[in-house]
Design a protein around this ligand. Structure first.
Ligand SMILES: Nc1ncnc2c1ncn2[C@@H]1O[C@H](COP(=O)(O)OP(=O)(O)OP(=O)(O)O)[C@@H](O)[C@H]1O
Length: 279
């Protein structure tokens, strides 16, 4: 479990980005972390992995403060940064050098993931294309089998078949002990993969909810006219009617549209707060 207890963080002490953030992240979930540019997504991930640390309050990952960066902690967490950096090594050399830091590293799975993602194992890593480097990092991160896996824009640069493969791999490695966090703007890549959503905006947590809870409380549909008295979170005129998110008063089943949800929550945070209270 990851716990934020009254976390305040700012790149300068005078201007805080997060103020008194309290939040619990449970094991066994794949989280989608959404937010506009500069909203604070990467900052949140870096506080979890301990490369940034709170001005006040604490972050605890299974009871350990990430900022201590103890080897025993670092073995349990893997962070894929938005910008990939790979050294001028072959995959075999990289594996020999870095896999020993992760006691649960699974070599067979690593080569299987590379094959499935169509990454060639020949040649030096720095000669691969950006997308291939990204896929190499994903394969390595998954093979580390860490309890916590944090990914910043992992599908950025991946071609269409690789995105589908990525989703399959994530689903295949998930278990009830792990926490997988995916921060992204590529909202479509998350559909049918995540079971929890977080939306941050300017350091504020606007939404922290399960997909199941969202589907229960909200109804996503296309109508010709918005029904009178309906409580609307979001509406958008489309070619074939109005795409709308309304309060689900009749227990209707509907297919969640993450992009519209994101727009609705960021444009109407007061209603979001009322529907999905935080803490
Ligand atoms: N090293 C830094 N020094 C000062 N301010 C920073 C630094 N890194 C980020 N910031 C600021 O902190 C805020 C949050 O940045 P962060 O990178 O967490 O956003 P993000 O949601 O990941 O954005 P994006 O979607 O554009 O990657 C932004 O206003 C940004 O300008």
């Amino acid at each position: 479990m990851i716990q934020f207890n009254n976390l305040s963080f700012g790149y300068s002490r005078k201007k805080l980005l997060y103020k008194n953030l309290t939040l619990s992240i449970e094991n066994g979930s794949i989280y989608g972390l959404l937010g506009k540019n500069g909203a604070g997504k990467s900052t949140l991930l870096k506080n979890m992995v301990g490369t940034l640390f709170p001005v006040e309050g604490t972050v605890l990952v299974d009871g350990v403060q990430p900022k201590s960066r103890k080897p025993s902690f670092l073995q349990t967490i893997y962070y894929i940064a938005e910008d990939v950096y790979v050294p001028a090594l072959t995959i075999k050399q990289y594996h020999n050098l870095f896999a020993p830091f992760y006691p649960m590293f699974d070599k067979d799975s690593f080569y299987k993931y590379l094959l499935e993602l169509e990454v060639s194992v020949d040649g030096k890593l720095n000669k691969l294309s950006f997308g291939q480097q990204k896929k190499f990092v994903i394969a390595f991160a998954l093979a580390c089998n860490t309890k916590v896996l944090l990914m910043d824009e992992p599908t950025n640069g991946l071609d269409i078949p690789s995105k589908a493969q990525f989703r399959k791999l994530i689903a295949s490695v998930m278990n009830e002990d792990r926490i997988i966090f995916i921060s992204t703007h590529q909202i479509r890549d998350l559909e049918n993969m995540i079971d929890k959503v977080m939306i941050v905006d300017n350091g504020n947590l606007l939404l922290h909810s399960s997909i199941a809870d969202i589907a229960e409380k909200l109804c996503f549909k296309t109508v010709n006219e918005i029904p009178k008295g309906a409580k609307v979170l979001y509406s958008e005129k489309m070619l074939r009617g109005i795409s709308v998110i309304m309060e689900n008063t009749d227990g209707e089943d509907s297919a969640l549209n993450l992009e519209h949800l994101f727009n609705g929550i960021t444009e109407n945070p007061a209603m979001a707060k009322q529907l999905f209270p935080i803490n």
